[in-house]
Design a binder for this molecule. Structure first.
Ligand SMILES: Cc1cc2nc3c(=O)[nH]c(=O)nc-3n(C[C@H](O)[C@H](O)[C@H](O)COP(=O)(O)OP(=O)(O)OC[C@H]3O[C@@H](n4cnc5c(N)ncnc54)[C@H](O)[C@@H]3O)c2cc1C
Length: 413
């Protein structure tokens, strides 16, 4: 099988890279072995939340002080600024609307009751301008009886810091009885499926109105709309006061919806998405990747002019660490990281952990290196790249989205 471009990994970076290439007429395939980090989606994409421990107001401006090895610096801050305008437009063409701009962080309330700076917030969530104020003084925190993945007490505690008086109320409805009998079934995706079937919303909205009487705002877990955001919109229209949705423990319903919509957009543009297939190795000759092999395609070669590695970080096994070895498992690419395993970890858990900066080594054009030599047609994008502690600085989705769009641009030149 022959394509113009093959992308290894179908998370946020693989999908957005594939969409950009397919929009320009490239014949693309994405091969993805499993779930991606987007299944943990909190409802917001972060660009840059903190630099050297300080909270960032203007992410683009603050990028100037990042190390030269940081992915944003390597793409170039001017390019990042331009791509950060392009990214929400690309997402919107896939049916995903966001609030936010790259030159000013806004805030979202986390399930821990803390205001977190962020870049883009999905439009069924609530963005806040001021991190020190919650706009309402009396909040009803509502939850489904038996749903253990929504931590109402943390939210209540967090709201106290904003002098918000709140009450937690759990409620039952007959539509959820079947899944409530088994705690392992009472998960966000199963609740969302009940709403998606269209039966429960009217009664649910009535219940919310009843239980929130005397309160100014309702806080609910984000369990509405696996396939479309219309469920959340319809709910908000039926509830007689503002509704703030907060993420529950993963799997994330807006995350799964985002993944589905991005994949649909890619396929609508003619892309081929191989889900549940694992790239196991490839043929490299004269510093060019000629073909790859996957588990499901056995000895059938998948060939392309250019390849993109978007296989994620440790979580997705894009890079792997054993007790004494750090490696890229598909092609044995060079890794930007310490070979001495004593240097991987800082014994103080909350310090900047060195291993969080590790990733696949590339040249200045984001092409992978193997044994010190550039593989001319293999580009690297997303969280498999090293150079940043995305968790510490709040830049995970930003790096994945914007490096993937940058790499797509390199391929289209
Ligand atoms: C728990 C968690 C919470 C997060 N929260 C936030 C947040 O609140 N805000 C934010 O901005 N960012 C957050 N991030 C970071 C952000 O989600 C990620 O940086 C981003 O989604 C990574 O996208 P990616 O495409 O680079 O990698 P991934 O999403 O990891 O995707 C890589 C894909 O490659 C596939 N793959 C790997 N190896 C192979 C192979 N050999 N063959 C085929 N396929 C393969 C994997 O199955 C996976 O689907 C979070 C990340 C995690 C893990």
């Amino acid at each position: 099988m022959k394509f113009d471009n093959i992308i290894i990994g179908g998370g946020l970076s693989g999908l957005t890279c594939g969409i950009k290439l397919a929009e320009q007429g490239r014949k693309c395939a994405i091969i993805s072995s499993g779930q991606s980090a987007i299944h943990f989606f909190s409802g917001s994409f972060d660009l840059l939340g903190r630099v050297h421990g300080e909270e960032v107001v203007n992410p683009i401006e603050s990028m100037a002080s990042l190390a030269a090895t940081h992915p944003y610096q390597r793409v170039g801050v001017d390019n990042i600024s331009r791509l950060a305008t392009e990214a929400p437009e690309l997402l919107e063409r896939a049916g995903l609307k966001f609030f936010g701009i790259a030159t000013k962080n806004h805030f979202v309330l986390t399930p821990m009751g803390i205001m977190k700076p962020t870049w883009l917030t999905i439009d069924d969530f609530t963005p806040f301008e001021n991190k020190n104020a919650f706009p309402w003084k009396k909040a009803a925190i509502l939850n489904f009886s038996g749903f253990l993945d929504f931590h109402t007490l943390f939210i209540q505690d967090g709201l106290k810091k904003f002098n918000v008086e709140s009450q937690i109320k759990n409620f039952a409805m007959k539509e959820f009885e079947a899944i409530r009998r088994n705690p392992s079934e009472m998960r966000s995706t199963n609740i969302a499926k009940v709403f998606d079937q269209g039966n429960a919303l009217e009664e649910f909205a009535q219940k919310v109105n009843q239980l929130s009487e005397g309160f100014e705002v309702v806080i609910l877990p984000a369990v509405f709309g696996l396939f479309t955001k219309n469920i959340a919109t319809a709910l908000k229209a039926k509830v007689n006061k503002p509704v703030v949705l907060l993420p529950a423990i993963p799997p994330s319903v807006p995350g799964i919806r985002s993944q589905i919509l991005l994949r649909k957009r890619f396929e609508a543009l003619g892309g081929t998405y191989f889900l549940g297939d694992n790239v196991k190795d490839g043929v490299i000759e004269n510093n060019k990747l000629l073909a790859i092999f996957t588990n499901n395609h056995a000895d059938i070669k998948l060939e392309a002019d250019q390849f993109i590695l978007a296989s994620g970080s440790f979580y997705s096994k894009g890079i792997v660490a054993t007790r004494d070895k750090l490696y890229e498992p598909i092609l044995g690419l060079d890794i930007d990281g310490d070979t001495d395993n004593n240097k991987w970890l800082d014994s103080k858990f909350f310090n900047d952990q060195p291993y969080m900066h590790y990733g696949v080594k590339t040249d200045s054009n984001f092409r992978a290196l193997r044994n010190g030599k550039t593989i001319e047609n293999l580009y690297v994008a997303g969280s498999v790249l090293g150079g940043a502690n995305a968790l510490k600085e709040g830049s995970g989705a930003g790096i994945s989205l914007l490096t993937s769009l940058h790499v797509a641009e390199q391929l289209l030149k």
